[in-house]
Design a protein around this ligand. Structure first.
Ligand code: SAM
Length: 234
């Protein structure tokens, strides 16, 4: 008989299931509650994720350049604890490997299939990664936990962007720079050729609370992307 593994949160006294080593703060039912179509589309996307990602980065200057254009904004030092929300299969880790010095990297994603691939990749790259299945809009971490908090590539489609940003701020230590990047309106229009529709993209800079410091929005990826960065006050 298969044993049911759970993890008990001592702070909130809730028992969460553990599947393939990942604490499940969210279930398939919750992720795909909105539509079956979304579940099917996401499964297809996950299956062809790497080649599709490489292809999507071509107009942005190529995957390596495009990722570096984002990652160079992170303030990683020798003892930083890094959190990436919406980590996917962990592609950014391979670019940061040289500066993480074997320190664990924290990542979360709401799709089990992505976490599974990310876990395999972390072994391949010999980089310890602590992975959680959770929603970026409700992070399962305590306040003021991380020195680097960033997100790349999904916030345009988040149902609740404001909560996702507020959560990044909550778990960041005072003084942390927070970085958010995604496709711009120009990219969304281009990809509409393949998906048949496009939702207008508005970089969510107006959702950054006004008390944050050094708030900036800039165009990246040959105008196919935007990058928002700001600092949590000390
Ligand atoms: C385009 S991928 C980018 C992955 C990674 N950040 C990168 O740069 O390669 C976006 C990822 O965000 C995840 N995602 C989408 N919505 C999410 C949400 N609300 N909470 C957590 N993860 C989410 C998807 O499952 C997917 O793995």
């Amino acid at each position: 008989m298969k044993q049911r593994v759970t993890w008990n949160c001592l702070d909130c006294d809730v028992e969460y299931p553990v599947s393939e080593g990942f604490i499940q703060f969210i279930s398939d039912e919750e992720v795909f509650r909105s539509s079956k179509r979304e579940a099917v589309m996401r499964a297809i996307y996950a299956r062809f994720y790497s080649p599709l990602t490489r292809m999507m980065f071509i107009p942005c200057g190529g995957e390596k350049n495009a990722r570096q254009e984002v990652l160079e904004n992170l303030e990683i030092t020798l003892d930083s604890l890094v959190l990436e929300t919406g980590i996917g299969i962990g592609d950014n880790i391979s670019y940061l490997n040289g500066i993480l010095h074997g320190r664990p990297y924290y990542g979360l994603d709401n799709q089990q299939i992505m976490l599974r691939e990310c876990n395999k990749n972390s072994h391949k790259w010999n980089q310890p990664v602590l992975l959680y299945r959770a929603n970026a809009e409700a992070l399962p971490f305590k306040d003021n936990s991380f020195d680097v908090v960033f997100h790349l590539g999904a916030i345009n489609l988040f149902k609740d962007k404001k909560s996702a940003i507020d959560e990044m701020i909550r778990v960041a230590r005072p003084g942390t720079r927070i970085v958010i990047a995604d496709e711009s309106e120009k990219a969304s229009k281009l990809f509409a050729i393949f998906v048949g529709h496009h939702d207008p993209v508005v970089p969510p800079v107006d959702l950054i609370p006004s008390e944050m410091l050094e708030i900036s929005l800039k165009s990246i990826w040959n105008d196919y992307g935007y990058l928002i960065k700001f600092r949590k006050p000390w």
